[in-house]
Design a protein around this ligand. Sequence first.
Ligand code: FRU
Length: 469
Amino acid sequence: MTEASLLKQALRSVVAGQVKAAADPHRPGWHLAPPVGLLNDPNGFIQHNGRFHLFYQWNPLACAHGAKFWGHWSSVDLLHWRHEPLALAPVEAYESHGCYSGSAVVDNGQLTLIYTGNVKYADGSRTAFQCLARENADGEFDKIGPVLDLPAGYTGHVRDPKVWQHGGHWHMVLGAQDLSLQGKVLLLRSADLLTWQSQGEIAGSGLNGLGEFGYMWECPDLFSLSGSDVLICCPQGLPAEADRYLNTFQSGYFVGQLDYDQGQFVHGDFHELDLGFEFYAPQTTQSADGRRLLIGWMGIPDGDEFYQPTVAQGWIHTMTCPRELTLESGKVIQRPARELQQLRGEVQQWQGIAQDAPVWDVTRAEVEVETDRPFVADFGGDLVLTWDGEWLRLTRQNRRSGEPEQRVWRGALRQLTALCDSSSVEIFINGGEAVMSSRYFPVLPIPLTFSGKQPIALRHWPLSDCVIE
Ligand code: FRU
């Protein structure tokens, strides 16, 4: 298909569907969601000339996965975003089945995208090219084409380049599947973004003391934090355990030290980044003021996603809120980006026995809970958070089967913050020691009801909407 006809189809889909999608009460007020169609991974997250850019995997044509486009938003303050010209459409032979995930860098002052051209063949096989596109004076992206073919020793599942600069070189991590169907992360180096030298596998299933650890690793990201190197990745195929790896696919990190010259990454254990029902494929960037910021996809690529009721309104999925990362005692701590505090209205405070707490509207709200005593918090009857003194459980009904399902965290609870937005709750535990992000689809407005016979201290802020121009 030509670029013009593909763009016409995308435009028709947006024009035909945007009014209905915008009127959906489950649309977020201050999270990013697609105008129509399906959104998945955040891509190309970067701050350039004082403006944040966030690209996203987007199928504007349907609430389905498929040949992805790159949508594009930008923002000065991480609160008010504007739509930018569509960045990439899958038109060339080397990206025929999607302009898949990737990242952005500033090269000689020019915003440059590195993404995966995904290609599938009629016989069911596939290949992948890592491709470049550069911003032009109109804020559009000119494709340079593939700069890296499929490396030998891997299946067609090699994708999601994250590129950064270090020590005078460009470096890339890639998610990969080797010929024995083991998930890996590859490291490459370049002087000019155009030619890349392999530095081998730096992590993966069967490497660095890890046993069997998944058949494919997607969306790697590598950055330094407080003198350590953190590798984020999304291993697929980890068997569920009683209290972890409960989603279809995982998203987590290793802390270690990368030897850039030897291409060796010595690292510790894998930790999940988020223990909620919906979180995947996060990407980070460093802001001009030195913070490491993360945005994730508040979704999981599994069959259940299409039971979400927004599909009937012509859109599906949102991003998480932007989060600030720090490394404390060897663990990645996530806090809501401080900018989000600007959305807060007037605070209400309350202290007493949990079951006597006022019922607050949490359609768009931030709620802070301080207690180590058991309590139950019920979000509109559709999502229930239970703390029993040892386990924190988030429970809801599975939309496909109707059966109850839960996600858990175990520890010593002192405090939690719940960020609520129409159809999502992000729960930051003990100042960001753990996070649980989930979607839910209650009747609006959403009452938050506490129960329990023990003392609790609460604060509530209504949150205002973020304009998307
Ligand atoms: C992760 C992922 C990536 C891929 C993209 C396609 O959700 O599968 O590996 O690049 O989504 O949309």
